[in-house]
Design a protein around this ligand. Structure first.
Ligand code: HEC
Ligand code: HEC
Length: 195
């Protein structure tokens, strides 16, 4: 089944209502960010299937939100959410989430896959996603991120639904040549093992 449809169904099954923004004056990043907690966790540390936002660099957060808003980054839910916020409000939320320390998600992983994934990570991904994907440098934090979300993210990158950084694509292509999709799965178990 199409991963978008699956993700949308999971989200809607949670019965989470999208919040509207009828603010008189610009509220703080914390107030704005609180409306995201139902899906992204308290202060942006997710405990469900959706990505954590805490510790995400504001620059990447802003790019993501603007991409959702303009439609250049495809989404199931976030296109509608992002349209409710001005650029100023997005920046305020970005600064707020960047300042929150992410709590790695507790989730099940397979340790054999995780150790294979660590080797692949060091070889192909560490250069940009440093410290085992803990350092929120490029593209947010991968370590301790929801494995389900990472699975969807990688599927979107591979199908071309989401554009990959050109240099990242080169490394992902090399990885696929070495280990095919099993390598991607191993990487996801590695990131999930970082708790
Ligand atoms: C109803 C659930 C829901 C709500 C509420 C929600 N999100 Fe999301 N968010 C998602 C989903 C699902 C995704 C994955 C992209 C998609 O399919 O839309 C996502 C992805 C994101 C991403 C991309 C993360 C990454 O690592 O690239 C950002 C940034 C984000 N959301 C910000 C927010 C902000 C800010 C709010 C509050 C103003 C918010 N979201 C409210 C469901 C939600
Ligand atoms: C040359 C640098 C570079 C390399 C190497 C690289 N990445 Fe990335 N990665 C990025 C950038 C930049 C982004 C942000 C992309 C965007 O703007 O959407 C990103 C985003 C991601 C995301 C999306 C995170 C999210 O929150 O949705 C995942 C997952 C990811 N990378 C996995 C990997 C994996 C796995 C490897 C190794 C096979 C890898 N990357 C190698 C630069 C890199």
């Amino acid at each position: 089944m199409n991963s978008k449809i699956v993700l949308r169904n999971i989200v809607l099954a949670g019965g989470v209502a999208l919040s509207s923004t009828a603010w008189a004056a610009t509220p703080s990043g914390e107030m704005l960010g609180a409306t995201c907690a139902a899906c992204h966790g308290t202060n942006g540390s997710s405990v469900g299937i959706l990505p954590s936002l805490a510790s995400t660099p504001a620059s990447y957060f802003v790019d993501s939100m603007k991409g959702f808003k303009s439609g250049t980054r495809k989404a199931t839910v976030m296109d509608r959410v992002a349209k409710g916020y001005s650029d100023e409000e997005i920046q305020l939320m970005g600064d707020f989430f960047e300042a929150q320390k992410v709590v790695p998600m507790k989730q099940k992983f397979e340790s054999v896959k995780a150790s294979q994934g660590k080797k692949l990570h060091d070889k192909y991904c560490e250069k940009c996603h440093e410290d085992g994907g803990r350092k929120p440098d490029e593209g947010g934090v991968l370590a301790g991120q929801s494995m389900i979300y990472l699975t969807f993210s990688m599927a979107d990158f591979l199908s071309g639904d989401r554009e990959m950084d050109k240099k990242m694509k080169r490394k992902v292509d090399e990885l696929l040549e070495e280990s095919d999709k099993a390598g991607i799965d191993a990487l996801i178990h590695f990131y999930g093992s970082q708790q």
